[in-house]
Ligand binder design. Structure first.
Ligand code: CMC
Length: 436
């Protein structure tokens, strides 16, 4: 129901157009522009800076305050008092589980951790130096070929089974990517272990040597998954919703989310941060890179800085920084040179007029790479880990969309190309001179 109304006047139109304005439970009001198409107009908003693409009850971000809530719970509280699987339950079902519900959920996820043996053969088709995100896009999409029994998207039971399968199998597949790149045998999941502990076991154990996972590192890994679990209508989640709106199956939708996440402006930034810190190499080189980031003619950007929504500290970055300190201290890494560069870079950027004016603060990707590197995870696996944590968010949004009134996502455009013209015979044409 519209709480308020907006009037839009357009040059050349006699009457103004009345548009309903909705208020959410919090956050900016939203003008419903759907009536505009009937009046001969589209709205124009490249990058969806001012567009609410859907109604959602899952996650709320107040970018000005640096606040992130999942189903009303602050990310800092979840990181401190909850764990990844509990947060998965919360995102999927809307409430925190009772003890019994939690135990059941954990047990269901454990029962789905293995993947079909044919998936191992599928992996072997990839070259040993394939980027793990390339493998993940292919493998996760391919899962739809294995689970015909649960692909009816109109069936709620099928949807939840697919959700469980995806959450449970992502760490297994992620670890398989790593093992494939190392030429080591795949490790089966050990269902006596917790979710994140199991992931580290599959990453670093081998059939001849399967050391016990350090509980502090397992907890840090769990926090990394939890901090990436959802972030409302970001590029990959919007992609998953768009793919899902056509009726595509959940594995295909999540594969589309993984592909979108890969870009360096999105999830690929964690890999880019570490490359950048390594390129800076020494605290004494920081100024040069800050100058480059500020230079309009230089495409270089400080990776791990800035966010479309946060115009204040990304709350996930604060938790990540604390976790980073904890992990390095447990591992006895007293003077990590990359951490020293990162901390100094942050200090300088936070005092610099350019970054202050543009409200550019460290985001979730700024410290996560240092933690993962310390744990022994190679740089090209960072975005895979982001994708593993984010899978629940993608699935929660996909499921939410399917339970509500939705239509296929189909944006329009401001067309500025040629208008109708006659086709000329090839011998009469001038060279086209393509520019790309
Ligand atoms: N370094 C230097 N300048 C920057 C940076 C940066 N990291 N980020 C933004 N700016 C400048 C940008 O040049 C622009 O300046 P001007 O107004 O003079 O043209 C202004 O700040 C606004 O930037 P924008 O690109 O219009 O903002 P956006 O909302 O479209 O992009 C962003 C957001 C995250 C893509 C961008 O800040 C960026 O490229 N950051 C580095 C990559 C990164 O860390 N990405 C991870 C995001 S968090 C995790 C996730 O979402 O996956």
């Amino acid at each position: 129901m519209a709480d308020k109304k907006a009037q839009l006047t357009v040059d050349g139109l006699d009457d103004s157009i009345e548009l309903p304005v909705y208020s959410g439970s919090t956050g900016p009001d939203v003008i419903d522009v759907r009536a505009l198409t009937g009046k001969g107009f589209f709205t124009y908003d490249p990058g969806f800076v001012s567009t609410a693409s859907c109604e959602s009850k899952i996650t709320y971000i107040d970018g000005g305050k640096g606040m992130l809530l999942h189903r009303g719970y602050a990310i800092e509280d979840l990181a401190e008092k909850s764990d990844y699987l509990e947060t998965c339950f919360l995102l999927l079902h809307g409430e925190l589980p009772s003890q019994k519900e939690y135990d059941e959920f954990v047990s269901i996820i454990r029962n789905h951790t293995m993947v079909h043996e044919s998936i191992a053969r599928f992996f072997r088709g990839f070259h040993h130096d394939s980027h793990p995100m390339a493998m993940m896009c292919g493998i996760v999409g391919a899962l739809s070929a294995f689970y015909h029994d649960s692909l009816d998207i109109t069936n709620e039971r099928h949807r939840i089974i697919s959700a469980h399968r995806l959450i449970a199998k992502m760490p297994t597949l992620a670890a398989m990517c790593y093992k494939h790149s190392q030429g080591q045998p795949f490790m089966y999941p050990d269902n006596k272990l917790g979710y994140s502990e199991n992931f580290l076991h599959m990453m670093f154990g081998t059939p001849c040597d399967d050391p016990q996972v350090n509980p502090v590192l397992a907890r840090a890994m769990d926090k990394i998954f939890l901090l990436h679990a959802d972030h409302e209508q970001n590029a990959s989640t919007s992609t998953v919703r768009l793919a899902g709106s056509s009726g595509a199956n959940p594995f295909a939708c999540i594969a589309s989310g993984i592909a979108t996440l890969w870009g360096p402006a999105h999830g690929g930034a964690n890999e880019a941060v570490l490359s950048m810190l390594q390129e800076i190499g020494d605290v004494k080189n920081i100024d040069k890179f800050i100058q480059r980031a500020k230079d309009k003619d230089d495409p270089f950007r400080l990776m791990g800085f800035g966010h479309r929504v946060y115009k204040n500290f990304d709350p996930r970055a604060k938790v990540m920084k604390e976790t980073c300190d904890e992990v390095l201290s447990v591992l006895g890494i007293e003077n990590d040179p990359l951490l020293a560069i990162a901390k100094r870079l942050e200090e300088i950027a936070l005092e610099d007029e350019y970054f202050i004016k543009k409200k550019l603060y460290p985001n979730v990707d700024f410290y996560s790479g240092i933690i993962m590197k310390a744990i022994g995870i190679p740089t090209d696996m960072f975005t895979v880990i982001f994708a593993t944590g984010r899978t629940v968010g993608w699935i929660a949004h996909w499921h939410e969309m399917l339970t509500e009134d939705y239509r296929i996502g189909r944006p329009r455009q401001l067309y500025t190309g040629e208008t109708k013209r006659d086709l000329t015979a090839v011998e009469d044409r001038k060279p086209a001179n393509p520019t790309f």
